[in-house]
Design a protein around this ligand. Structure first.
Ligand SMILES: NC(=O)C1=CN([C@@H]2O[C@H](COP(=O)(O)OP(=O)(O)OC[C@H]3O[C@@H](n4cnc5c(N)ncnc54)[C@H](O)[C@@H]3O)[C@@H](O)[C@H]2O)[C@H](O)CC1
Ligand SMILES: [K+]
Length: 477
């Protein structure tokens, strides 16, 4: 079962793996054509109703596979308004093959007669709201016939995630859906899931499709995209600054750093973009917990750990903080080992490297699947989400597991973990834990790959601050 957001991500990640969209559409169209032939009708009259999106493209492809049965195609709109090149390519092939086509410029021009079979390629997962003209008239015309109706992917007009039919929608005899079933099809008794050649890797591995989760509405305003609070520093000063800057570069609106007084000026010195507040004393300790909780109250995500050090008072403070905090937090570095010792109602993403992971009771493994299994077990035991860093990162909450393959050996340089923690804080502000960690791992690794591309060696963690915006924009190394 996969919803339309995940399907669009998987679709894009399949293309990034090298599976061409035109081939996906060929497989989709062929599956629909096979369903028509399986009706075993003797030279049936077939009407193909195609919208201007890729759902229409699938239907046009099916028409070509059925050309020997002389189908009639009804294209809803002028060919020049076909949305994608791949659908336009299928349309052009039909025209070259002289398959009978009516271009429906206006709903009143639609006349589909009394076909025995209708292929419903009017609207698919790209529908938004109630069907407008001429799709609306097409849907009604389909429902007014006695034909056997085969819907491409989803019955046109249905919201495939909810099954709702806000306006008119096709009453299908059969639905040929692609790759995996969809939530809205659960109640339909005749759904066929067609494998269209999208490999499981397109779901398991992160890719550029994951960035679709970060789309921003245009009417956004300050703070919509996340206020993050970094609690770090003490023995170290660069770490909290890197994490906070990375959060901003990855899309957070505001980054505040709470750090011990003696280093507050140094941390501020790294960047005027940060809001830095000092806490009394040389390190974070239990007396600071109430101040931190108060500051965290109007933030979206806490990033706990960069540069904190492992002194006992600091560990004690981290434990008290986690026991009292009920929001979202990224837990990194020395703060990680405290998590297994406390009860918390917070929603956490832990970002351990392998050593910190073993400190949580994780078992080392000699292959990626072994690490993934072990990480799933630790995540399930903790009831939290893990982003286990490695040559390939493992993201898991014990139920869903993703693998991130971006990044390069140059990123073992100090500070990249702080950057990852910051990026994760930014994504976690607007996404659920597993998608947030998956996008963050992909982005940080891609930023590292882009930075490494323009150098041979000598990568610095701060270089990633410069390439994160390109990675966010979908640029690939
Ligand atoms: N997921 C896969 O692996 C594959 C999916 N395929 C097919 O692609 C469609 C989704 O295509 P998309 O272009 O995103 O959208 P649609 O074709 O569903 O519709 C968009 C089309 O319709 C117009 N539109 C949107 N809302 C309305 C409305 N309320 N009234 C009228 N018109 C509307 C919009 O303007 C566009 O023109 C998926 O379902 C699959 O069938 C791939 O082809 C194969 C792989
Ligand atoms: K459809």
């Amino acid at each position: 079962m996969i919803d339309s957001t995940e399907m669009a991500i998987v679709d894009r990640n399949a293309v990034a793996l090298g599976v061409r969209e035109t081939n996906l559409m060929e497989s989709a169209g062929n599956a629909v054509a096979r369903a028509v032939r399986d009706l075993d009708l003797d030279t049936p009259e077939i009407a193909v109703l195609a919208g201007r999106g890729n759902n229409g493209g699938d239907a046009l492809t099916a028409a070509r596979f059925l050309a020997d049965l002389n189908p009639t195609v009804h294209l809803l709109g002028h060919p020049d308004r076909i949305r994608s090149a791949v659908t336009r390519e299928k349309y052009d092939a039909l025209q070259s093959a002289e398959v009978a086509t009516n271009v429906i410029r206006d709903a009143s021009a639609l006349s589909i007669g009394e076909p025995e079979v209708i292929i419903d390629g009017v609207l698919g997962t790209g529908v938004s709201g109630t069907p407008r003209e001429p799709e609306r008239t097409a849907i009604q015309a389909i429902n007014d016939t006695e034909a056997t109706v085969i819907s491409v992917d989803v019955p046109s007009g249905m919201d495939v995630d909810t099954g709702e039919r806000p306006g008119v929608s096709v009453v299908a005899d059969q639905i040929i859906t692609f790759h995996d079933t969809k939530p809205g099809l659960a109640d339909h008794e005749n759904v066929t899931v067609a494998n269209i050649g999208i490999p499981p890797a397109a779901e398991r591995f992160t890719g550029p499709g994951d960035l679709q989760r970060l789309t921003r509405p245009t009417d956004a305003h300050k703070g919509d995209f996340g206020r993050v609070l970094v609690v770090g520093g003490g023995p170290y000063t660069g770490a909290p600054a890197l994490a906070a800057q990375a959060a901003l570069r990855a899309g957070a609106d505001l980054a505040t750093v709470l750090t011990p007084e003696p280093v507050a000026d140094q941390v501020q010195g790294f960047s005027e973009d940060l809001i830095v507040r000092g806490l009394p004393g040389a390190r974070i300790e239990p007396t600071h917990v109430s101040t931190i909780l108060e500051a965290a109250a109007d933030q979206d995500v806490l990033i706990l750990g960069p540069g904190l050090g492992a002194a006992d008072p600091t560990r004690e403070a981290v434990g008290q903080l986690l026991e009292a905090y009920e929001g979202k937090a990224v837990v990194d570095a020395d703060a990680i080992s405290v998590v297994s010792a406390v009860e918390t109602d917070a929603s956490l993403i832990l970002t351990p490297h392998r050593g910190e992971f073993e400190g949580l009771g994780g078992e080392s493994a000699d292959d990626r699947d072994g690490w993934a299994t072990s990480a799933g077990r630790v995540a399930a035991d903790l009831g939290q989400t893990l982003l286990l860093k490695g040559p390939h990162d493992v993201i898991t909450d014990g139920d869903r597991t993703r693998i991130n393959r971006t990044g390069n050996p140059g990123m073992t340089v100090g500070g990249t973990g702080d950057v990852l923690a910051g990026v994760t804080g930014a994504t976690f502000a607007t996404l659920d834990p597993v998608p947030a960690a998956a996008v963050a791992a992909y982005l940080t690794g891609m930023a590292g790959d882009l930075a490494a591309e323009s150098r041979n060696g000598g990568l610095l963690a701060s270089d990633l601050l410069g390439t994160l915006p390109s990675a966010l924009g979908g640029e690939q190394a």
